[in-house]
Design a protein around this ligand. Structure first.
Ligand code: NAD
Length: 511
């Protein structure tokens, strides 16, 4: 089967195309390039998605710019009402969205529902924007003078999202961007673009004025047009580290505010006193959920020789019970996103054996509850992975769990802190003092204590350290209010004839 990302208009006609969404309506755009959208469980191209040209991106930005003055002037209460309506619609129709996610991404339906639930949390947080956007006021900072700050929207914001959370990652950003009075141009992943269009239609149904939320599909050409457009004020990006770094540098050079979240390699440090059944359950859940295609997946378990053999046996036993197959059936794990990605992930299994590691479970040997043409790879467990093997150093982004043997806490901490990434990590122990030390010493942005996937709730903010995030504004939570607004400070005096001071050329001081 062809994995070509660009094909002819004639081929697009055969399966149907996914259009852009500009100014409240479907828009075919001006280009003739399209890309395939697979059903990964069936291994077929189910639709083709249009790739935007720079002119198409220009149309979307123009629509967002036209909508901006009206939306910015809309009262906070009215903006909240639209978000409340959107929350109700999304909650009542989330099953439809889950089916879209499963058919284009491949994740099992229950996992798709979980993704939507975490996105809904952000919508609910955004419904409280009236409280979150309040400024500060200082009375009588000098004779008859008051100072206050207000937060104002930054303008048209650009969002560029990855394939692995086609609903949740856009939801991390656009509810807060809209709530704070901005208008949006979203460029979702070209691999699973339908969720973004479904959300756009739902926003319209919730009463969002046309042009406030626009979607353009495409690849680098569309992204570069977003990055260079002078009327886009900020970029919120989530994806792999090399692209995140490119986005950060390019957008910053073009004078935009930018937050760019990148890739990860997340470690779980297991101390010898930990409950090994809890550890094994957690490692399997966090390693193989969504087939390992999560930026917060656990991909490395660090354990001492004293417990590692027992732990490997317990993980292996649980893996035997996992069912990999079509996410619409009752399976635990779905296929990978493309055939190409499945093949790349599988190369690490060969590489592991060559690098001296022990392949305990080889996911290529599994049975799959789905069409033979699906992009299958079963859960894979590799023990004694050396630190210089690409199995350890690379972000594999698939259902491959590595065990690295360590000497103890200090060695484990040192390995984590020497890592290139700093997205998530977890410690498993019953020793509160050790956990507290870990939480203070580890150089990672999100830390779990006996919690394997420590994704913060919507009223805290999400983001990693080091090569997992470029820029200093995290996603959602209080950080989003800061990112999507500019603060203005006003120093005000209403003239009182009794205190009018006459001419004074000195620098203003408070007396
Ligand atoms: P990706 O970097 O390939 O693509 C992300 C976005 O960038 C897509 O919209 C894509 O069209 C665009 N893009 C791709 N190549 C480009 C280029 N050369 N120039 C400009 N734009 C380009 O990432 P992906 O494969 O879609 O997603 C998986 C990656 O995302 C993993 O590395 C994962 O760790 C990361 N991720 C990180 C987080 C986080 O919060 N840190 C969350 C989810 C996913």
């Amino acid at each position: 089967m062809s994995q070509t990302l660009v094909d002819t208009p004639a081929q697009a006609e055969e399966v149907g195309t996914i259009d852009h969404w500009i100014d409240g309506a479907s828009a075919p755009g001006t280009g003739d390039r399209t890309g395939p959208v697979y059903d990964p469980a069936l291994g077929i191209v189910q639709k083709r998605v249009r790739f935007a040209t720079a002119a198409d991106v220009g149309e979307a930005v123009a629509a967002a710019s036209r909508a901006l003055p009206g939306w910015r002037e809309t009262s906070i209460s009215k903006r909240q009402q639209v978000l409340f309506a959107f929350r109700e619609l999304l909650n009542s129709r989330k099953g439809e969205l889950a089916e879209i996610l499963t058919s284009e991404h491949g994740k099992v339906l229950s996992d798709a529902a979980g993704e939507i639930a975490r996105g809904l949390e952000v919508v609910e947080y955004a419904c409280g924007i009236a409280q979150l956007m309040k400024g500060e006021y200082s009375e009588q900072v000098s004779g008859g003078i008051d100072v206050y700050t207000v937060r104002q929207p930054i303008g048209v914001v650009g969002i560029i999202s990855p394939f692995n959370f086609p609903a949740m990652v856009p939801l991390w950003f656009f509810p807060m961007a809209i709530a704070t009075g901005n208008t949006v141009v979203l460029k979702p992943s070209e691999k699973d673009p339908s969720a973004a269009i479904w959300l756009a239609r739902l926003l319209q149904e919730a009463g969002l004025p046309d042009g406030v939320f626009n979607v353009v599909h495409g690849d680098k050409e569309a992204v570069d047009a977003v990055l260079s457009h002078p009327d886009i004020a900020s970029i919120s990006f989530v994806g792999s580290t090399p692209i995140a770094q490119y986005i950060y540098e390019t957008a910053a050079r073009n004078g935009k505010r930018v937050q760019a979240l990148g890739g990860a390699k997340n470690h779980m440090l297991v101390l010898p006193d930990a409950d090994l059944d809890l550890v094994a359950d957690s490692a399997v859940n966090a390693g193989f959920g969504s087939a390992g295609e999560r930026c917060m997946a656990i991909s490395v378990v660090l354990a001492t020789d004293s417990i590692a053999d027992d732990l490997v046996a317990k993980v292996k036993q649980r893996m035997a019970g996992l069912k990999t197959g079509d996410g619409r059936r009752s399976c635990d794990m779905g296929p990978l996103i493309t055939e190409q990605h499945r093949d790349k992930v599988a190369t690490y299994i060969d590489r592991a054996a060559g690098d001296g590691a022990t392949v305990v479970v080889d996911g290529r040997d599994g049975e799959f509850d789905g069409e033979a043409s699906g992009f299958w790879l079963g859960p894979t467990l590799i023990d004694k992975v050396p630190l210089d093997s690409p199995v350890y150093t690379d972000e594999i982004f698939g259902p491959v769990l590595s065990i690295v043997r360590v000497e103890g806490y200090e060695d484990g901490l040192d390995i984590i802190n020497r890592g290139k990434y700093g997205n998530g990590t977890a410690i498993f122990t019953n020793d509160g003092g050790a956990a507290r030390r870990f939480q203070r010493e580890v150089q990672v942005g999100m830390v779990g204590v006996n919690v394997p996937i420590p994704v913060p709730v919507a009223y805290h903010s999400f983001g990693g350290w080091k090569a997992s995030m470029f820029g200093d504004a995290k996603a959602y939570g209080p950080a989003a209010v800061q990112f999507f607004t500019r603060e203005k400070a006003i120093t005000s005096r209403w003239l009182d004839p009794a205190t009018h001071g006459g001419i004074n050329l000195g620098f203003p001081q408070h007396d």
